[in-house]
Ligand binder design. Structure first.
Ligand code: PLP
Length: 428
């Protein structure tokens, strides 16, 4: 497969754009380097690069593209917005319609507010939790990504009783000391952290199903324990559903898990591919937000008619019967085929899958927390990634990212993918 034009464009991009990419995860740094493939066009489950190569897309833009590229229903909605006005700076009917759709699908949302990214949505939830409780500390779980604002770019201290330290240059130490990071799926460490800090904790940030070190489901009872202790200490539960909302079923992951968070942050899928974030939750908590309450959050682009109409159209597609069942079915075929190929070629992997999202780990350990994901073979993943790319299968260039199916993938795509996996495993 020839990547000459991608390489030339990347060299040019390096002259003008920091690192040649507009988000660090797009670089191939984590998979042994090289020029990231430059895409020109997408349709359904495929996209094409500047050299004319076609790829089956399992990146799905890190989650949002659940209905594939250029879905006609969403394209029509975006075209309508382009023709009738993409931004007014006034209320529109679209945002009311969309808010109602989200509330119908996710019963824990008494009130919602739209903004422009997952980062903004989570950041505001943290502020609202602090405003509502009058406390400052936040607990989060190791390896869960919640965007790129200061409070969540904090690494774990040496144990649950230790405060965090900055994970990025530019994050003040004073901010990091407001954040406590504990291992996911570790009830004991969470309890210890709450015993030490519980009365100062404003909110507990949770990815109810982790999508940032592969796909990791909570142990039975773990999140129930987190919720119970949050209630006991008067801290709010903030579910970060930026990846999970509308990914596994028509609604939120917490509904599937039978949990009732105080606040929910969303993004990705709900924008139909356009920039979006949204947060919502319990009425009393949401009424802390301006103009009703003292917690400020705003946005020139928030609730813009283009993102609203694309989001509505995307949810309309996802309402069609059988959509999630089919992604689950194809996910199961991929899981079965990948495990069989690994066995055939004696490649050690484990695989976590929930419906149409899954992750392959080069390890013999079932991954249930970040430390286990960290200890998987990144060098082998890097080689696997490149072998797949060279056969027209596009994965996220990181051992921590999931594969995402879309409504447009077919059994023929699965077969083509499994052939590529078979060859890649034979070469590892
Ligand atoms: N929360 C989670 C769980 C995410 O996976 C991400 C992005 O990957 C974010 C928040 C941040 O969203 P955005 O990149 O739209 O700011």
């Amino acid at each position: 497969m020839n990547h000459t034009k991608s390489e030339q464009l990347h060299a040019e991009a390096l002259e003008h754009i920091v690192g040649g990419v507009n988000s660090p995860s797009r670089s191939y740094k984590a998979v042994g380097g090289g020029a990231p493939v430059v895409m020109v066009r997408g349709k359904g489950a495929y996209f094409w690069d500047v050299d004319g190569n076609r790829y089956i897309d399992y990146l799905a833009a890190y989650g949002p593209i659940v209905t594939g590229h250029g879905h006609p229903h969403i394209a029509k909605a975006i075209a309508h917005a382009a023709e009738t006005g993409v931004l007014f700076g006034t209320p529109t009917e679209h945002e009311i319609k969309f808010a109602k759709m989200l509330k119908e699908a996710i019963p824990t949302l008494d009130k919602v507010r739209f903004n422009n990214s997952g980062t903004e949505a989570v950041m505001t939830c943290v502020r609202v939790a602090r405003a509502f409780t009058g406390r400052t500390k936040i607990i989060k779980f190791a390896g869960c990504y919640h965007g790129h604002f200061d409070q969540v770019l904090v690494a774990a201290g040496s144990g649950p009783a230790t405060l965090g330290s900055p994970d990025s240059a530019g994050v003040p130490h004073a901010v990091a000391t407001e954040v406590i990071t504990v291992p996911f799926n570790n009830q004991e460490q969470f309890t210890l952290a709450m015993e030490k800090w519980g009365n100062d904790v404003a909110g507990i940030l949770i990815e109810p199903i982790v999508g940032n070190f592969g796909i990791v489901e909570p142990h039975k009872g773990f999140l129930e324990h987190v919720h119970a202790l949050a209630k006991e200490y008067g801290a709010l539960t903030i579910h970060d559903e930026v990846i999970t909302a509308f990914r596994f079923h028509y609604g939120a992951a917490h509904t599937m898990l039978g949990l009732t968070p105080d606040l929910v942050a969303m993004g990705k899928v709900i924008g139909g591919g356009l920039p979006i974030g949204a947060y919502g939750g319990r009425k009393e908590v949401m009424e802390t937000v301006a103009p009703l309450g003292p917690a400020y959050q705003a946005g020139t682009m928030a609730g813009n008619p283009a993102s609203m109409q694309a989001g509505i159209a995307c949810l309309e597609v996802l309402q069609q019967p059988g959509i999630y069942e089919e992604m689950d079915r194809l996910g199961a075929l991929l899981e079965e085929g990948i495990l069989a190929a690994a066995k055939k070629h004696n490649v050690t992997i484990t695989l976590n899958r929930l419906k149409g999202a899954f992750a392959i780990y080069f390890t013999d350990v079932k991954v249930e927390n970040y430390e286990q994901a960290e200890n998987t073979d990144g060098e082998k993943f890097g080689r696997f990634f490149k072998l797949m790319l060279s056969q027209g299968i596009n994965l996220a260039p990181s051992k921590y990212e999931a594969w995402f199916l879309t409504t447009e993938h077919t059994e023929a795509d699965v077969e083509e993918t499994l052939k590529a996996v078979d060859y890649a495993f034979s070469q590892l």
